[in-house]
Design a protein around this ligand. Structure first.
Ligand code: SF4
Length: 228
């Protein structure tokens, strides 16, 4: 590792070009969990909400396995309502706070089952009214399950866009508002899909791999004091 002083960008920042570089760079790495689940056929609002709740304070790798185990027993709200809360808790045992998440999942199944079309409505207010669902999960679900332009700002999106110098906000909530104001809508859904694997494998929290990063020339490396 080497220490670096703050460096200025060497080329003008073009978000579309930067994201194209990142799209290529993340190909060897596992996909972000919710996008992976959607590809495997679990792309409904119900599935995505349940999986996003399971991902809270839990590694993506674990959340993927836990979600698949749960959906194998209960692939629909109707099937989940046939399980007791204790049975759901046992199925999601390896998810952090499984005891708190199990009754939330059962309640979400009840709400979905009672909704028109048998699933939760595709709007931000309906989603954030669900137990355990905040703006991050709502944004991801709207983008992945509903096909709407929405941004899911998690820690990776927040940290990476800040390091680029593209956003300045101190919290993910404020970063969301900044991105809504400046990020072209065509990138709203994919920015999470791209920056989760990028943030986990290249622009990592403690010592990002700047020396081999494909967007080094466009990055201000804000707050990066040491890198690989
Ligand atoms: S790895 Fe380094 S150069 Fe690449 S985006 Fe992160 S901070 Fe910028």
């Amino acid at each position: 590792m080497e220490s670096i002083a703050h460096e200025s960008r060497k080329t003008a920042f073009d978000i579309t070009k930067v994201l194209a570089c990142i799209r290529r760079a993340i190909k060897p790495y596992p996909k972000a969990m919710l996008f992976e689940l959607a590809e495997r056929g679990f792309g409904s609002v119900f599935h995505q909400v349940c999986a996003c709740i399971l991902s809270v304070r839990t590694l993506d790798e674990t959340s993927l396995k836990t979600s698949l185990r749960l959906f194998e027993r209960a692939a629909s709200p109707k099937e989940m309502l046939l399980l007791s809360v204790d049975e759901i808790r046992d199925l999601i045992f390896d998810s952090t706070f499984a005891g708190q998440k199990a009754p939330r999942l059962w309640e979400i199944a009840r709400i979905a089952q009672g909704s028109p079309g048998g699933d939760i409505a595709c709007d931000f207010e309906s989603l954030t009214a669900l137990p355990g669902v905040g703006p991050k999960c709502a944004g991801l679900v709207l983008g992945i399950a509903c096909g709407k332009a929405a941004i899911g700002v998690d820690i990776h999106v927040h940290r990476v866009t800040h390091r680029w110098g593209y956003t300045k906000a101190a919290t993910p909530e404020k970063t969301l508002r900044e991105l809504q104001a400046k990020l072209p809508r065509k990138h709203w859904v994919e920015i999470n899909e791209l920056l989760v694997p990028f943030g986990k494998n290249i622009c990592t929290g403690a010592a990002p791999k700047c020396s081999t990063c494909p967007v080094l020339d466009s990055c201000e490396q804000v707050g990066v004091s040491r890198h690989r």
